[in-house]
Unconditional design. Sequence first.
Length: 84
Amino acid sequence: MAKSNSAFMKPMTLSDELEAVVGKGPMPRSEVVKALWVYIKKHDLQDAKNKRNINGDDKLKKVFGGKGTVSMFEMTKLVSKHLS
């Protein structure tokens, strides 16, 4: 059996900007990503033409460093800056 990656499951401290989107931390990175997608789908923020892009609302723009639209891959990198 494969061992789970304990570093991936370690609860992380979230920035205030990220907590405004996903809820109070600490939580593992995997849960942060799940909560982000729940927020994105609930607020219909996935770009209709290019599903790989996320259109940020006021809360997400703070997490995205002020950017209005980011790709899924860029989103992961930007969210990492809000975890410690």
